[in-house]
Every structure is written in structure tokens, then in C-alpha cells.
Design a protein around this ligand. Structure first.
Ligand SMILES: Cc1ncc(COP(=O)(O)O)c(C=O)c1O
Length: 410
């Protein structure tokens, strides 16, 4: 098979935000883990929805019917993206809010003696919704530990931490701080043995690697379209048998069936109109007979591009004096997300200098990977600088960032 080069220029043309300049230079967005830029077709679909006249649901007139069609299309697209049925998809404000909502429903019958499992590697968005409910219900919380040398989950005690008392295991697919992709299938296989549910946080992963709800053994999976080139909308997929039983907090006259029962109030219709184009952007990078096949193949291409650039970035940073990288060993699959500190300089100061000198937008902080930062003892010093790559980042941008970092550490 001949290798087709990644169409970087074609990809870049599809992101209008790349035309922005700062200090006379084109902006390079390395803040993708915080939120990606938005693909032009998505922006156009959202504007078009509002220009043509939006509406609420269930009206016997075109704009209402079109709104329902957008929701239908967006759910089909998300179903292809995650390998679920469209009826298993619900939309909401963001992943965090949806998970609080799901947790409150799911935990209603948890009782003292029950246990749940969360991880030290996760963003707190897949920790606090569960441990808050656990506190309310008197349920014991157990933690899967992170190894602070390898930045991977320590699964050596998996069989005792997940046991017959476990009701739910919450685990992240990709770390938003250090990029480690965890072996979720292994965790969920153990959960299955004891009859526990598995909630997978795929918020970071979906921007970089193909996600398969079934292969992961998920019962609940969250992601957010603003991380994968779309609008600010949270998405949750819930296995249908579980979804049907879920006793959610809802208004009495609102639909009682899945998935609508979880979608409290009126949804972000204009945002929803932008979801299908965001998914189509990934699919259009790939080849195949079905959209799911094109999505998988599209991810392969973007992962190859991002990994090549991330490898260069990591190797250059690792060679710099005063720079400490927080990353898993080279044989561990990662997203192109690089967390670092510079000895003797606060992360916020590093970012400010890089932004000023090179117009590469990078961010600092603990990014709510709070437990990991706490364990490393770096919360008081401002935690990390995080440089995250996206499909629209180019080699020139990576080189520009490397040059800026060299100046910072000199
Ligand atoms: C891994 C991870 N989980 C959860 C969240 C929270 O997502 P949302 O902003 O949609 O609530 C984020 C946001 O950065 C994240 O990176």
C-alpha cells in the first residue's frame, strides 16, 4: 500500500482561527487539550441554523422539524464516533454536568457497605461526581493509584480494589495532563467479573484516537464536542439496558424514556447542528465504505501525524536543561499532550514568555488532573506547562515552540 501523506495544508485551511495573528505572527494553538479550534463546516452549520430560524421541538412547522432533524443527525454521528446506538446518546451542557446528573440518578440506591473505584490519574471531572454521591450515600471510595515514575495506572492490585462490593468503576481513557492512554479494557473486564458498572472518561481521547464503547467494555462514556473541533456540548453514551432503568431527576411532564429523559430543559440546538460536521471532519480524513470505517481510518491518519510531531517535541524538550517532562515510557501509547516544568520558573511565567516571543498559545495549571499534581507536590508551584497538539498543528509550529522554549531555558 502506498503511503498517502497527511494533508496538513488542507486540514489547516478548514480552521479559520488559524488566520489569527498575535504580535505580528500567526497564532499556533497548543491549547487543544483545553479545547480545540472549530472546523469551518461546524461554524457554518451553527450560524446557518440560527440564520434560518431556530425553534423548539414538537412544532408542526419547518424550523421545528429541522431542529429535530439536527438532533437526529448529531446522534447518528456520535453513535458512529463511539460505536453505540443513537438511542444511547444524550447531550448536555458539558461532560462534568452530565456526569453529576448521571451519578445522582445511579447512586440513589447505593448504601453503606457498597464501594466505588476512581483513579488518581483522572481529571476530577470523572472523580468528583462519583465521590460526591458516595459521600451522600455513605459509600466507600477506593482509588486506583497512579505510578508517579511511569505516569501510568498501577493495576497490580486491580483484583482487590475492584471486588464484590464494587458498584461502579470510573476510569479515564486518556490523561488530559500527561497524555497516558490507560488499559480501560483490562479494568472493565475485572469490573464485569464482579458485576460493577464502568464509567469511561473519553473527553481527551476522542480528540486523538478512535474510541469503541463496546471494545472498552463501557457502560457509561463521556466526551465533549469542544475538544474535537466542534461546539461546547457535553455528550454521554449509556448502555441501553442501564439507560432505560436509570431513574433520573427530571420534570414530571418531560419524556420518561431514554435518552430524552436525561436531557433536562432545552438543548443547545445551534451547537447540536455543529456536531455532525465535527465528526465528518474526522471521517473525511479516512477511507472506507461506512462512516464508522472512515472515522477509524481518519483517526489512524491524524494519530500518525500527531505522534510524529509529538515525538519530535518530546525529544527536543527532553534534551533541554532545566526542563522536566512528565510522560509515560516510550512503549506506552499517549495522546500528543506534553506536560512539563522548568526548574526555577513558574509555569505561568514560562507560558507568558512563550506566548510573547512566539505566539504559540500554551497554558499552565493542574487542568483538574488535581490528584496527580497533588501527589507530585506541584500544585503549590502552579503545576505544569501543557503543550498539546491537534490535527491542525504543523511542523513549523512545533519548531517555533521548540525555539521559544530554548530561549526560555537559556
Ligand atoms: C479528561 C477530561 N475529563 C473531563 C473534562 C471535563 O469536560 P467538560 O469541560 O466537558 O465538563 C475534561 C476537560 O478538560 C477533561 O480533559
Amino acid at each position: 500500500m502506498t503511503h498517502v501523506p497527511y494533508p496538513i495544508e488542507l486540514v489547516r485551511q478548514q480552521f479559520p482561527a488559524l488566520r489569527r495573528t498575535h504580535n505580528g505572527k500567526p497564532v499556533a494553538y497548543f491549547d487543544g487539550p483545553g479545547g480545540s479550534q472549530v472546523v469551518a463546516t461546524c461554524i457554518e452549520a451553527m450560524a446557518d441554523y440560527m440564520r434560518k430560524g431556530g425553534a423548539n421541538l414538537h412544532g408542526p412547522f419547518p424550523s421545528s422539524l429541522e431542529t429535530e432533524a439536527h438532533i437526529h443527525d448529531a446522534k447518528q454521528a456520535m453513535a458512529d464516533l463511539l460505536n453505540v446506538d443513537p438511542s444511547e446518546i444524550a447531550f448536555g451542557a458539558n461532560a462534568t454536568t452530565l456526569l453529576f446528573h448521571v451519578a445522582r440518578a445511579l447512586g440513589r440506591d447505593w448504601k453503606p457497605g457498597d464501594e466505588i473505584v476512581v483513579t488518581e490519574l483522572d481529571h476530577r471531572g470523572n472523580v468528583d461526581p462519583w465521590i460526591t454521591l458516595a459521600k451522600d450515600q455513605g459509600v466507600t471510595v477506593r482509588w486506583l493509584k497512579v505510578d508517579t515514575e511511569s505516569f501510568t495506572l498501577d493495576l497490580s492490585e486491580l483484583d482487590s480494589i475492584i471486588n464484590e462490593k464494587t458498584k461502579l468503576v470510573a476510569v479515564g481513557l486518556a490523561s488530559n495532563a500527561v497524555g497516558t492512554i490507560s488499559d480501560v479494557a483490562k479494568v472493565s473486564a475485572r469490573a464485569r467479573q464482579v458485576g460493577a458498572l464502568v464509567a469511561v472518561d473519553a473527553v481527551q481521547a476522542v480528540a486523538h484516537v478512535s474510541v469503541d464503547f463496546q471494545a472498552l467494555g463501557a457502560d457509561i462514556l463521556t466526551c465533549s464536542a469542544y475538544k474535537f473541533f466542534g461546539p461546547h456540548i457535553g455528550i454521554v453514551a449509556i448502555r441501553s439496558e442501564l439507560f432505560e432503568q436509570l431513574d433520573v431527576y427530571k420534570l414530571v411532564p418531560a419524556p420518561a424514556h431514554a435518552p430524552d429523559k436525561l436531557e433536562t430543559g432545552t438543548l443547545n440546538h445551534e451547537g447540536i447542528a455543529g456536531i455532525r460536521p465535527a465528526v465528518e471532519f474526522i471521517a473525511a480524513l479516512g477511507a472506507g465504505a461506512t462512516r464508522r470505517e472512515r472515522i477509524i481510518s481518519g483517526y489512524e491518519r491524524l494519530e500518525e501525524h500527531e505522534t510524529r510531531l509529538a515525538d519530535k517535541l518530546r525529544a527536543s524538550l527532553a534534551a533541554m536543561p532545566r526542563v522536566k517532562l512528565y510522560q509515560a515510557p516510550s512503549d506506552i501509547r499517549k495522546t500528543p499532550t506534553v506536560a512539563l516544568t522548568v526548574k526555577g520558573m513558574a509555569p505561568a511565567e514560562v507560558c507568558r514568555r512563550v506566548v510573547d516571543a512566539s505566539s504559540v498559545f500554551i497554558a499552565d495549571g493542574n487542568f483538574y488532573a488535581w490528584t496527580l499534581a497533588e501527589k507530585l507536590g506541584i500544585n503549590p508551584t502552579g503545576a505544569w506547562v501543557r503543550a498539546g497538539l491537534s490535527p491542525y498543528n504543523s511542523e513549523e509550529e512545533v519548531d517555533r515552540f521548540i525555539a521559544a522554549m530554548r530561549r526560555v531555558v537559556q
